[in-house]
Design a protein around this ligand. Structure first.
Ligand code: GLY
Length: 234
């Protein structure tokens, strides 16, 4: 991660969700890998601690749901920009009920809720990269053109471009930004190559956060939080 301590870009709040025990055996994954549940939970606690204590965010922690093994990956079920929250229609049918707890949490934060109810549309938030000025939407195994079109319709103030995702699960499996001036990057070979470029940037700070277990079920760092800017209202 790179950035400054004061306020994590423009964000004030984050919604996260605890890891259910069912993640170890039942969470979706592209490769068959064993997950050490205790280590995954420890890593997640550190991650949430960084959001709270190093980045100064107000963190809303949703409880785990054992019937939803992928529920820790909250990013996929909502796209929040400004005061509007688009509740997505996740590409994996088994993940659709994850939206319920997120919808409640975002309503409590007084955001305007928009539903993606079109049955032909699918969209995972992991495929949505917001740069602050525009959206890039990955067309992947989980997100289709209709999903991207609905997002464009909801966030009309911003240009939306689609990007084909042929390798990996989501667009943000291999590229991501955490906010203005803050880059989140993984340990894969392409990510490490990119890191060499980012390391040349001035005024940045790296905060290492281990994610060895959740990555086995295709979870990156951004998958585990929905970031919100409520500065205008706080
Ligand atoms: N395990 C994350 C996903 O497949 O959606």
């Amino acid at each position: 991660m790179a950035g400054v301590m004061t306020g994590f870009g423009n964000f004030t709040h984050a919604v996260v969700r605890a890891i259910p025990s069912s993640l170890a055996k039942e969470a979706l994954r592209m490769n068959v890998l064993d997950v050490d549940l205790v280590k995954a939970q420890r890593e997640h606690e550190v991650y949430v601690g960084v959001l709270k204590h190093k980045l100064g965010l107000q963190v809303i922690e949703l409880p785990a749901d054992e019937s939803l093994p992928d529920c820790v990956f909250v990013e996929d079920v909502a796209v929040v920009c400004g005061d509007t929250a688009l509740i997505t229609r996740p590409g994996a049918e088994s993940r659709r009920k994850e939206t319920e707890a997120m919808r409640r949490a975002l309503k409590e934060l007084d955001l305007n809720i928009v539903e993606m109810s079109d049955e032909n549309a699918t969209l995972d938030g992991g495929d949505v990269l917001f740069t602050g000025r525009e959206f890039f939407v990955g067309l992947s195994k989980r997100t289709n053109q209709k999903g991207a079109e609905i997002l464009a319709d909801v966030f009309k103030d911003y240009a939306v471009s689609t990007v084909p995702v042929t390798d990996g699960l989501h667009l943000k499996s291999f590229c991501s930004m955490g906010g203005p001036g803050l880059i989140v990057i993984g340990t894969s070979e392409p990510a490490q190559k990119a890191l060499k470029v980012f390391e040349k940037l001035k005024d940045h700070m790296l905060i290492p956060v281990s994610n060895m277990e959740k990555v086995k079920v295709d979870g990156a760092l951004t998958c585990c939080s929905v970031l919100i800017n409520k500065k205008a209202k706080v």
